[in-house]
Write a protein that binds this ligand. Structure first.
Ligand code: ZN
Length: 287
């Protein structure tokens, strides 16, 4: 297997002759870093890879400063799976209560599944879009989302084999839509195999598809698995529990231990830490 030179990067490409943009992402070490935190069944690990690739692609296509989250809730074998990507090309992800998932059938894994896309800008109100899963794949559900919510023709190809995850996106930009050219570009991309997407460097991949087009490659950006948790964030979460709750926990244990479920990082709060927190938080009129 050839070693891709574009591992753990995301990059944009555009066409000189038509209003279409593309994004390509390949996750390798970053994806393995994510999987090292939890032990997931193979099908869950692969879907997490696809979801992370999708979140990274969408975070690049939507201009914003903050965190983009893709979350699926369902009544199937995977009740909850989510991935977050930031506008600075880091991502994290998690699946909950999915240790028994074995099905290879998308509709069994995500029975009555709902996909929620949230954009949380660093400053400003969150945006939230919801789409029912179409029962076939994550990629087709996201395509449906873009068509419904953004009125943008978008095609996505997502693959993961548990070692690497890759995503390829084409999007028709508003303005001079040329549907035959769009169809042609999509038709070519649809010939990509899973193996090609997971192993080929982007130059080879794009040359194979579009050597007849006038293609512009934009600089690659490194992508990494990085959790957005911090002691400060957990302090805020603890304070929101209220003083009574915190004192109750401290009665049973001398310290409050918290593990971040995304990265397994361990945070510990002693009684003096909690005193300081409560003293620093806005005065609660009940106390
Ligand atoms: Zn964390």
């Amino acid at each position: 297997m050839t070693e891709p030179t574009c591992a753990d990067t995301i990059s944009r490409f555009t066409f000189d002759d038509c209003a279409v943009r593309g994004e390509h992402v390949l996750l390798d070490t970053s994806y393995q870093d994510l999987l090292a935190v939890h032990h997931y069944p193979p099908v869950v690990a692969e879907l997490l890879g696809e979801l992370c690739a999708a979140a990274c692609l969408l975070a690049e296509t939507i201009k914003f400063d903050g965190i983009l989250t893709l979350q699926i809730r369902s009544e199937g074998e995977i009740p909850l799976i989510m991935a977050e990507a930031t506008n600075t090309q880091s991502f994290r992800a998690i699946a909950r209560q999915a240790q028994e998932a074995t099905s290879r059938d998308f509709s069994q894994l995500f029975t009555n599944g709902q996909l929620v896309l949230t954009i949380q800008p660093r400053n400003g109100e969150p945006y939230r879009g919801i789409v029912m899963l179409d029962g076939n794949s994550l990629a087709s559900s996201l395509e449906a989302y873009f068509k419904q919510s953004e009125q943008l023709e978008t095609r996505l190809w997502l693959h993961s084999d548990g070692q690497r995850a890759s995503g390829f996106l084409l999007q028709q930009l508003p303005g001079d839509e040329n549907s035959s050219q769009w169809q042609h570009l999509c038709h070519m991309a649809a010939t990509l195999t899973q193996e090609e997407l997971l192993t080929l460097p982007r130059e080879t991949l794009l040359y194979r598809l579009y050597h007849e087009e006038s293609l512009r490659l934009h600089p690659q950006k490194p992508v990494q698995f990085q959790c957005t948790c911090s002691r400060e964030r957990l302090e805020n979460a603890l304070v929101s529990l209220g003083e009574d709750e915190l004192r109750d926990i401290l009665k049973e244990r001398s310290v409050i231990d918290v593990n971040c479920e995304f990265c397994n990082r361990f945070y510990s709060f002693s009684e003096p830490d909690v005193d300081l927190l409560l003293g620093n938080s806005a005065a609660d009129p009940r106390h």
